[in-house]
Design a protein. Structure first.
Length: 415
């Protein structure tokens, strides 16, 4: 379904091979992606301009990918009343990962540990018929996890997460096709982002006492939802490992695992089948039927995603997500007016572009300072006269004179 970027395409010439020393915490600070301040707190990084640009490019891409695949986007608050999480089951099964409630005027509010309850209520807010299903709801929103400060690090483990979340409400007989469609989306997104999954994991509940109160106690429900996920993985011919004790409290998950340069694994993307919350929130369609809730995240939390992208690409992001896509380099002060005009054309064409004038050093020094920028536009006397620029790619090759509109077109993600 996904065409992918043609290998060798001149706009994407730089190798994206992982360098083993790419620790996202070091590179992320060097590249101006993010930073932290003890006064804000551990696990609460802030995004600097380069990081905010990468993040916005990825957000826009995922939003568009979802829109093209039938999702409706919503927005909902990052907190809710304690009763909401009692109803969803989070209070009973997930409390140790939640921030304690805040008392306001005699009511208790909780920073949300997930978006699921809000989306269940959005489903319930209207009468739903069989023809409304599958209803695909997506949101990029905040969620919170009360991690202890000892386990926090950089962008990969944080207390405030911007999650690419979504829920598909469908009839039971639609669940297999919807889970498979989510895996299509995940695989398309990974190809576009340059991510290779370490492995697929079928995450199941813990056994009996081992799981304690962490899992809803309904063996028939678990058997049904596990059969759906296992069936989809087998039908797609996908290798996977089954692991007990990694499921969500309400149901099993297919987790797509990524690994950092040190080999430490984390879950990036996920799809989950849930018969529990539709019952807890008394969700219905066609008068009395109970929908299934398919929870899914195509690219996970943006913090963990961007941490991984920094490590995978070593800071040399694909042109469509690069913080600065084009740098304009006048040879000398004489070409400054032409360079400024070219910069304005780049910005108007939609490129993230900046100017590196001659007073910042020799052309070689300025190129080295911008070695991660995909398009380096050199303006000499000949280019100044013609109003064009000769394009140097970051692997050192020359692309000749290319109109900025074409650079802008080549700097868009593919769907
Ligand atoms: Zn959910």
């Amino acid at each position: 379904m996904h065409p992918g970027r043609t290998p060798g395409s001149w706009s994407f010439a730089l190798s994206t091979q992982r360098t083993i020393m790419n620790d996202h915490r070091r590179l992320g600070r060097e590249l101006g992606i993010f930073d932290t301040d003890p006064l804000i707190g551990a696990g609460l990084p802030y995004w600097l301009p380069a990081g905010a640009a990468v993040r916005k490019a990825v957000e826009d891409y995922v939003h568009e990918l979802e829109r093209r695949n039938g999702y409706h986007h919503v927005n909902s608050p990052v907190l809710g009343k304690r009763e909401l999480y009692e109803r969803s089951g989070h209070w009973a099964h997930y409390m140790e990962d939640m921030f304690p409630p805040m008392n306001v005027g005699g009511e208790e509010f909780v920073l949300r540990p997930s978006l699921c309850p809000h989306h269940a209520l959005i489903y319930r807010s209207r009468g739903r018929g069989r023809r409304d299903l599958p209803l695909r709801v997506a949101e990029l929103g905040g969620m919170y996890r009360s991690e202890l400060s000892g386990v926090l690090g950089g962008l990969s483990r944080v207390r405030a997460i911007q999650i690419n979340d979504g829920h598909v409400f469908c009839a039971p007989e639609q669940a297999v096709a919807e889970v498979s469609a989510v895996l299509d989306l995940i695989e398309a997104a990974h190809a576009q982002l340059g991510i290779a999954a370490a492995r697929y994991r079928l995450s199941l509940r813990g056994e009996g006492g081992e799981g304690g109160g962490k899992y809803v106690d309904d063996p028939d429900m678990w058997a049904r939802s596990e059969a759906i996920l296992r069936g989809v993985l087998r039908e797609r011919g996908r290798d996977f490992d089954e692991e007990r004790g990694e499921g969500a409290f309400y149901g099993p998950k297919i987790d797509i695992q990524i690994a950092d340069p040190a080999g430490r694994e984390a879950t990036l993307s996920t799809v989950q089948v849930d018969f529990f919350q539709p019952e807890r929130f008394d969700l219905r369609y066609a008068g009395g039927e109970r929908p299934v809730m398919v929870h899914r995240s195509v690219v996970g939390g943006l913090e963990r995603l961007v941490a991984h992208l920094i490590e995978v690409h070593g800071g040399a992001f694909p042109a469509w997500m690069a913080p600065v896509q084009a740098v304009v380099l006048p040879l000398s002060d004489a070409e400054l007016p032409a360079a400024e005009a070219l910069l304005r054309r780049c910005l108007a064409a939609g490129l993230r572009a900046e100017l590196a004038p001659a007073d910042r050093g020799s052309l070689g020094a300025r190129i080295r300072a911008h070695r991660l920028v995909p398009y380096q536009l050199v303006v000499g006397p000949r280019e100044a006269a013609s109003g064009r620029a000769s394009v140097r790619l970051r692997d050192g090759s020359q692309a000749g004179e290319v109109p900025v509109e074409r650079l802008a077109g080549d700097s868009r993600p593919l769907f």
